[in-house]
Design a protein around this ligand. Structure first.
Ligand code: BTN
Length: 269
């Protein structure tokens, strides 16, 4: 992978700016800097390796050379998209699922809010970050990390929180550039339907652990219930007895699960 091959691969797509790094701290951090510089959308930052890749909840995201897709897409949400900011992560997870199905016939599920699972093991994670100037939203950065080969997996692959990679489920090697182009193209194309009924149905249809008892952990707070889906803004709905609980953020865990198994990086569940 290099900048020239990426520019050639994206020639037919309306991508305004592309940066490529053999190694960088974090593509999200770089895209946030581009946002500050006023770079137009969509801007794409791609890296082969990240030295300080970031996951949700301040976790690390490991990106080893030649083993993964790690990219960030900078968008400037339109006024009508600004009330649905949390759906930009759902947008990316849906796009990844659709591309993996159409390209490799891989069935994936989404672990709320936006981990991509194959056979209940995590193969991709998404970290979206918003850039504000006072109360004005400047940009959204959607960061996608996808485990392609076994080299992408954390060394201690905890059985309780397993990770997987695409090539464990395929008989042929993955063309990372082709995959990247397809995912970015899908994100840009589904974006027009952000938050519509079709979009939410597509997302909900892929939700993992539907009907199962789960725990949502957010800091010190733990909410337990049966997972029934999301509301139109992507908040998770759990039922507990007669109560309906609406959860806007947190980590989803299956019950029962000992707390000491929570791992320090986020390539796995
Ligand atoms: C998670 O599952 O916790 C989210 C992981 C997101 C990782 C991607 S890799 C590309 C982009 N740059 C980062 O530093 N993080 C995201």
């Amino acid at each position: 992978m290099d900048l020239n091959c990426l520019k050639a691969a994206f020639a037919q797509l309306p991508v305004a700016h592309i940066d490529y790094f053999d190694s960088i701290d974090s593509t999200n951090s770089h895209a946030l800097k581009l946002a500050d510089l006023g770079v137009p959308e969509p801007a794409l930052v791609v890296a082969d390796t990240q030295t300080s890749g970031r996951g949700r909840m301040n976790r690390r995201w490991i990106t080893n050379p030649g083993s993964a897709l790690a990219f960030s897409l900078l968008l400037h949400p339109k006024p009508e998209e600004q009330s649905r900011l949390q759906l930009f992560s759902a947008l990316a997870s849906l796009a990844v699922c659709k591309v993996l199905l159409n390209t490799y016939q891989l069935n994936t599920q989404i672990k709320w809010p936006n981990d991509i699972l194959i056979d209940r093991k995590k193969t991709a994670g998404i970290l979206s970050e918003a850039v504000w100037s006072g109360d004005h939203l400047q940009a959204v950065v959607i960061g996608v990390g996808l485990n392609v080969t076994r080299g992408a997996l954390p060394q201690q692959n905890d059985l309780q929180f397993p990770a997987t990679c695409l090539e464990d489920h395929l008989s042929e090697p993955v063309d990372r550039v082709d995959l990247l182009v397809k995912i970015v193209s899908e994100i840009l194309s589904i974006r027009d339907s952000l938050g519509t009924e079709t979009f939410m149905q597509d997302y909900n249809r892929r939700l993992a652990f539907h009907g199962e008892q789960v725990r949502i952990i957010m800091g010190e707070s733990i909410t337990v219930g049966r997972l029934t889906g999301t509301d139109p803004l992507g908040n998770l709905i759990l039922t507990a007895g007669d109560d309906e609980l609406v959860i806007s953020a947190g980590d989803l865990h299956l019950r029962p699960e000992p707390a000491e198994n929570i791992q320090a990086d986020s390539n796995g569940l």
